[in-house]
Ligand binder design. Structure first.
Ligand SMILES: C[S@@+](CC[C@H](N)C(=O)[O-])C[C@H]1O[C@@H](n2cnc3c(N)ncnc32)[C@H](O)[C@@H]1O
Length: 446
């Protein structure tokens, strides 16, 4: 069912149904105003497994391409440049490219930045096919040398005396072969494509699963451990899926899309080209660190090679979690709602699972204020900022993110500031369980 061509085409059509007319004509047209599909999943992967490019890597918090194309259409004119400071799996970048619009996207996580680059790069079916043939031939003759994975933390590979491991030894040996063959691919775009295909199947071929709460061992994992043939099968299937999108979209327009692997709080300062649309969904202040969620990929694929690398990456992420101790200064701007939230959180500090949560919440808004300052500098007078944000809750105090950001944006001098709730999300167990949290769109103009 996963690769049902019919379903894939239907979903693709649906996701690009709202694409403005210039998608095919290259002409500029006034288009319909943005109507958020209330109740529609804006930042969930729902349907992503059938959608071109989304299905290259399961990224749960991704925008739908439909959301990005509707946001572009809502401008009412053809934008020259779109910026996304929190690229994730690259939905805004690839959607802009498909619509022939220039784009810049910033993503702090080097693995995810490569997922985005892989989707955008000028690959051809022919190049990939010939690389796949060479790859398969080479794989047979490549020694399965675990030294290739020597940088991994102790918990990753099965060994005597260990009581848990993410990969059985024979799967790790097969992984070492894959990595050695990928290293040997000369064309950098092709090499990245293969690495991302491998990244997309790693967790499925391990003893763990990963969700918003982090990494967990599967039930009865010792009895059901993966085998190297599973890795071969999943790699082959994922290769075919991503390859199909490369083939189908080989002739797509190639607008200029820049991917910056960096921290948007500082990296945006380097961007000089004004934008008509700044569209993003930042991490929500719910204490999840994406460094944990994509940790298996980061380590195995060599994006991080030591605990120091891991720490350096955590320190570059938005202060939406307390995984590392950092300085926690609040925003400069004024928000009554934020002040009252921080007072309440402070008064309930004893009941919080981490005593620095009140300061983290303040710092979260400071970080988003930095991103908004740069967005204000970069925005064309006719443009708009569109953010999808989600509330959080600690010790029964709701962090009303959209309201707080709207107040900060007003104090920063944005002209029109609107917020609208689009979805209710179920809260995580860590946040107290069963109640609902709002996801909202905040829209700003100069
Ligand atoms: C909600 S996701 C964005 C999803 C994206 N809209 C998509 O469609 O795939 C937020 C992203 O922000 C990234 N991030 C966190 N801190 C960052 C920072 N300081 N600078 C840039 N990106 C950051 C995370 O790694 C994560 O990929």
């Amino acid at each position: 069912m996963r690769n049902s061509a019919e379903l894939y085409l239907q979903t693709l059509q649906k996701h690009f149904a709202q694409a403005p007319q210039w998608f095919s004509s290259g002409l500029s047209h006034p288009v319909t105003p943005f109507v958020p599909a209330t109740g529609a999943a804006l930042t969930t992967y729902q349907g992503g497994q059938y959608t071109a490019f989304q299905r290259w890597f399961h990224f749960k918090e991704a925008f739908s391409p439909e959301f990005v194309s509707a946001a572009i259409a809502s401008l009412g004119y053809r934008p020259s440049h779109v910026i996304d400071p929190f690229g994730g799996s690259g939905t805004s970048a690839i959607t802009s490219q498909l619509l022939s619009i220039n784009a810049t996207t910033v993503e702090v996580n080097p693995f995810l930045a490569d997922v985005i680059k892989a989707k955008l790069s000028p690959l051809t079916g022919e190049k990939l096919l010939s690389a796949a043939i060479d790859f398969q031939a080479q794989l047979q003759d490549t020694p399965a040398d675990l030294a290739r994975l020597a940088h991994l933390p102790a918990t990753f590979i099965e060994d005597e005396g260990k009581d848990r491991w993410i990969f059985p030894r024979d799967v790790a040996r097969r992984l070492a072969q894959y990595l050695t063959c990928i290293d040997a691919i000369e064309d950098i775009d092709v090499q990245r494509f293969f690495r991302i295909v491998l990244g997309a199947v790693l967790v499925d071929c391990s003893n763990v699963y990963v969700n918003g709460k982090g990494r967990r061992y599967r039930g009865a994992w010792r009895l059901n451990q993966p085998v190297p043939e599973k890795l071969d099968l999943h790699f082959g299937q994922q290769f075919n899926t991503s390859f199909e999108d490369v083939m189908r979209f080989e002739q797509r327009p190639r607008s200029r899309v820049t991917v910056i692997n960096g921290d948007s709080r500082t990296a945006l300062q380097e961007v000089q080209e004004k934008a008509d649309l700044v569209v993003f969904s930042p991490p929500y202040p719910n204490s999840f660190d994406y460094t944990d969620i994509y940790n298996v990929e980061l380590w195995v694929l060599g994006y991080i090679e030591s605990s120091r690398d891991n720490l350096t990456l955590r320190n570059k992420t938005l202060r939406s979690h307390v995984q590392v101790r950092r300085s926690y200064e609040g925003p400069k701007g004024k928000s009554k709602k934020l002040s009252s939230v921080l007072d309440l959180l402070g008064s309930r500090r004893d009941t919080l699972w981490d005593s620095t949560i009140p300061e983290m919440v303040g710092a979260y808004f400071h970080d988003l204020e930095l991103v908004l300052e740069q967005s204000q500098r970069l925005l064309e007078s006719t443009g708009r900022v569109m953010m999808v944000v989600g509330d959080s809750r600690y010790a029964n105090v709701r962090i009303e993110v959209a309201t707080i950001l709207a107040e900060l944006a007003e104090s920063m001098g944005f002209g029109r500031v609107t917020t609208r709730e689009v979805r209710q999300m179920r809260a995580s167990a860590q946040q107290g369980g069963s109640f609902q949290l709002a996801e909202s769109i905040v829209e700003l103009t100069l």
